[in-house]
Design a protein around this ligand. Structure first.
Ligand code: PEP
Ligand code: MG
Length: 546
């Protein structure tokens, strides 16, 4: 018997389609409210412990999103971690607990109250944030009730259908199992939708409630028109298949072309060469960088290795990793950035004092110059590794000449110590600084005389130039919409370092923005450093620049 074709309309989030069985794997997590009496003191303690642990797991999730999707997406979870520290929210939960409710019920009650307020403000953006509140609350409740992740046991790939997905659930989706997802609720500007786009998962939101009896039926998920077509016609399925084959062919041809030029220098049509380097956070990314044609490592974010570990890595542990990276890169340049913590990057075993404005506080080189022993062990580890390859030191968050001089003095001191101890190192090791503050760009002519190279951290340079908190997705679009101020600062810095005989790279996210590649070429940027998935694309783009 022919099954009836039914179409559910919503809003497409990604312009991709999928075909497969639909599944409803999630059951709504809602703790049942009880009338029991609880000890407020005990419940408060349980709540506090759960919040601490949820902050930790949320930060780990941010890290995972940062590594697998991107910085903007990681910020979603960083914001969740901030919500978990929001005093108004915490106070509202305490108030509920004092009324004699369990910690779970109190979190749920406060979450519902906040979500309701956000939804009722009549603003689409704020309304979409209600899901974030829900995500944060469910995270705490999961921790309180020691629930483990909801794992979906499915052998075949399927289209996931759910009431709504929280950002946490979205980022944890197993892409090998999920063909796409459709949610009854949700808006295209929700973080869930943003994540789906970044993860290139076909998705449609806001399709309205679908009865459970459709579970297991075949459907087309059309992310372009924003539809879920249950029991599509044979023709529709055939057309989808043909479309997919045509697209696959185009994508494969482009990739084949990019792979064919992977080991050729990236040279523009007018003969200008640009080095294509990789940004990495740990040694496990080196193979991927090399197999995607990286000519060097332009940014090793050494703090990621600190963040991924339970305790502070010793000088020797750092040396061993750096040495291994230097050897693996076989003489290709490896730019190791000294620790850049503070602001959004916090390490539990290196507690920092609470600051009113952490992004303007003791971060990056400021912290390292404040804790010289911490700084010196990094410098020594980098120097020792320089005997095994072409290693450079790079200092983040520079804003004055004095900072550069102090760093150079410490490097010299460390060199002397190694010399005395008979330990090998590259005596001519390159020293570079990051241009991440407007101040460093403005005095780049002065700084250029002190160092061998500059690398522009456009993420922070954008934040500090436009005065937009890089954690705050409500203002981040200001930086996306206009790059003129940043480009002027980069050009000024490029001219300054070239005049002094040095080189300049760009290692912030803008380096991977192909709409800016021609501008970087025009400015005379010598190197673009991007995360591994962007290496081929950037190389291809440079080759087609004028
Ligand atoms: C930058 O600020 O652009 C940069 C590369 O450093 P991070 O993103 O690690 O702050
Ligand atoms: Mg930075």
């Amino acid at each position: 018997m022919e099954r009836k074709r039914i179409v559910f309309g919503g809003t497409g989030v990604t312009s991709v389609k999928a075909y497969g069985k639909i599944k409803f794997p999630f059951t709504e997590l809602k703790p049942t409210k009880t009338n029991e009496k609880y000890s407020p003191e005990l419940e408060k303690k349980r709540f506090e412990t759960a919040v601490k642990s949820t902050i930790k797991s949320t930060k780990a999730l941010a890290q995972r999103a940062r590594e697998t999707i991107g910085e903007n997406e990681a910020q979603i979870f960083e914001i969740h971690a901030m919500l978990l520290e929001d005093e108004d929210f915490l106070d509202s939960v305490y108030l509920e607990i004092e009324k004699g409710k369990s910690a779970e019920d109190s979190v749920l009650e406060s979450g519902e109250k906040y979500s309701y307020i956000l939804r009722s403000l009549g603003d689409e953006y704020l309304s979409a944030r209600a899901t974030d509140i829900k995500d944060v609350c469910y995270g705490i409740i999961d921790t309180l009730s020691a629930k483990t992740e909801k794992n979906i046991q499915e052998d075949e790939q399927y289209i996931l259908v759910a009431n709504d997905l929280t950002p946490t659930e979205t980022v944890k989706l197993d892409k090998s199992k999920i063909l796409g997802f459709a949610t009854f609720e949700g808006t295209p500007s929700s973080h869930t939708a943003i994540l789906a786009r970044a993860m290139a998962i076909p998705a449609v939101v806001g399709i309205g409630k679908i009865p459970k009896e459709f579970d297991g039926m075949y459907a087309i998920l059309d992310g372009i028109k924003g539809r879920l077509i249950i029991n599509p016609s044979e023709n529709e399925v055939l057309e989808l298949e043909n479309e997919r084959k045509r697209e696959e062919k185009i994508v494969k041809e482009h990739e084949r072309y990019l792979r064919s030029i992977m080991h050729r220098p990236a040279v523009t049509e007018s003969g200008q060469k640009v080095l294509i380097y990789a940004n990495i956070g740990d040694i496990d990314e080196v193979d991927g960088a090399l197999s995607n044609g990286a000519e060097g490592i332009g940014l090793l974010r050494s703090e990621f290795m600190y963040l991924a570990r339970e305790s502070e890595p010793s000088e020797d542990a750092l040396f061993k990793i750096y040495k291994e990276i230097a050897i693996k890169m076989q003489g290709k340049r490896v730019v190791i950035r000294t620790l850049d913590i503070g602001a959004d990057k916090q390490i539990s075993y290196l507690p920092l004092e609470k600051e009113e404005n952490p992004a303007l506080g003791l971060r990056g080189v400021r912290l390292c110059l404040d804790r010289k022993e911490l700084f010196k062990s990094q410098i020594r580890a980098i120097l020792k590794a320089s005997a095994f390859g072409r290693v450079s030191i790079m200092i983040p968050m520079i804003s004055t000449k004095k900072e550069v001089l102090e760093c150079k003095e410490l490097i010299e001191k460390s060199k002397k110590e190694l010399l005395m101890a008979g330990i090998n190192f590259d005596s001519k090791i390159e020293i570079g600084i990051m241009i991440e503050t407007p101040a460093s760009a403005i005095i780049s002519d002065i700084l250029a005389r002190e160092v061998d190279f500059f690398s522009v951290g456009t993420n922070d340079l954008t934040q500090y130039t436009y005065a937009i908190d890089r954690q705050n997705s409500r203002v981040s679009r200001i930086g996306d919409e206009s790059h003129e101020a940043i480009m002027r600062l980069i050009k000024f810095s490029a001219d300054a370092i070239h005049e002094a005989g040095g080189w300049i790279g760009v290692c912030g996210e803008m380096a991977a923005d192909l709409s800016l590649t021609q501008d970087f070429v025009d400015i005379g940027i010598d190197e673009l450093s991007v995360s591994v998935p962007y290496l081929l694309g950037v190389r291809g783009k440079v080759s087609s620049c004028k």
